[in-house]
Write a protein that binds this ligand. Structure first.
Ligand code: AP5
Length: 213
C-alpha cells in the first residue's frame, strides 16, 4: 500500500509540531517541518540560512522561492517515498500551494488545526525549546523535567508582538491554502488538551480516503 502523505496546517503555536511528534512515534512517517529545516540552515550558517534569518527573527515569512526549493528537495528523498511524510507548515501561501501541486507530489489529507488567538498567545508565551534534544515543552501544558530547566531557551519569534504578526499572516493566507487543498482538508479542534487533539486526529484520519490530491 502506498505510504500516507499528510500536510499539517495551523496558526503559530497551534500544536503542529506536538501533533507531528505523536504521529511519528506511532506511525513512523517522515516529519518535514519548514521551520525546523530553516533553523537547521541558520545553525549551519548556509547561504539559505543567512538569507532566511532576518525574516524569521521578525516573524515574517521567508520568500517563497527559497522555501519551495528546500521543501521539494526534501520531499523527493527516498525515505519519504518509502515511509510517507508529514509536511508541517508548508504550504503557507498560495504560491507555495500551487508549486506543490505542480510538483506532482500527491497528498491524502491536509490536517487543519483550529485554535483561538488567545490560546495561541498563551502557548507561545510558555513554550520552551531544549537546544540539546530539540524537544518542545510548555511550562504549564507540557512541563519539562526539572533537571533540564536551566538549559531551555525561548524561541525569538515567541515574543508577543512577533507572535501576533505571525498569527495575522496565517489568517491572511488560510483561504489560499483551502482554495488549493480544501477538497482534502480535515479540521481538528486543537484547543483541547494535547492527548485529546491526538485522539480526534486519529479518529478522523481512520476513515481517510486512499485517493490523493
Ligand atoms: P515554524 O517553526 O513552522 O513556526 P509556526 O508555524 O509559527 O509554528 P510553531 O512552531 O510556532 O508552532 P506549532 O504549531 O508547531 O506548535 P508547537 O507544537 O510548538 O516556522 C517558523 C518561521 O519559519 C516562520 O515564522 C517563517 O519565518 C519560517 N517559515 C516556516 N515555514 C515557512 C514557509 N512554508 N514559508 C515561509 N516561511 C516559513 O506548540 C506550541 C506550544 O504549545 C508548545 O509549548 C507546546 O508544548 C504547546 N502545546 C501544543 N499543543 C498543545 C495543546 N493541545 N494544549 C496546550 N498546549 C499545547
Amino acid at each position: 500500500m502506498a505510504p500516507l502523505m499528510l500536510m499539517i496546517a495551523g496558526p503559530p503555536g497551534s500544536g503542529k509540531g506536538t501533533l507531528c511528534d505523536n504521529i511519528v512515534r506511532d506511525y513512523g512517517l517522515v516529519h518535514i517541518s519548514g521551520g525546523d529545516l530553516l533553523r537547521e540552515q541558520i545553525k549551519a550558517g548556509t547561504a539559505l540560512g543567512n538569507e532566511a534569518k532576518g525574516y524569521m527573527a521578525r516573524g515574517a515569512l521567508v520568500p517563497d522561492d527559497l522555501v519551495i526549493r528546500m521543501i521539494l528537495d526534501r520531499l523527493r528523498q527516498p525515505d519519504v517515498t518509502k515511509r510517507g511524510a508529514l509536511l508541517d507548515g508548508f504550504p503557507r501561501t498560495g504560491v507555495q500551494a500551487e508549486a506543490l501541486k505542480k510538483s506532482g507530489i500527491k497528498f491524502n489529507a491536509m490536517i487543519v488545526l483550529e485554535v483561538s488567538d488567545a490560546a495561541l498567545m498563551e502557548r507561545s508565551a510558555g513554550r520552551r525549546l531544549d537546544p540539546t534534544t530539540g524537544a518542545i515543552y510548555h511550562l504549564k501544558f507540557k512541563p519539562p523535567p526539572k533537571e533540564i530547566l536551566s538549559r531551555l531557551v525561548i524561541r525569538p519569534d515567541d515574543e508577543p508582538a512577533k507572535q501576533r504578526a505571525r498569527i495575522k499572516i496565517y489568517n491572511e493566507s488560510k483561504d489560499a491554502l483551502l482554495k488549493a487543498y480544501g477538497a482534502i482538508a480535515i479540521s481538528v479542534n486543537a484547543e483541547q488538551p494535547i492527548a485529546a487533539v491526538y485522539a480526534e486526529y486519529q479518529q478522523k484520519v481512520k476513515g481517510l480516503s486512499k485517493s490523493k490530491l
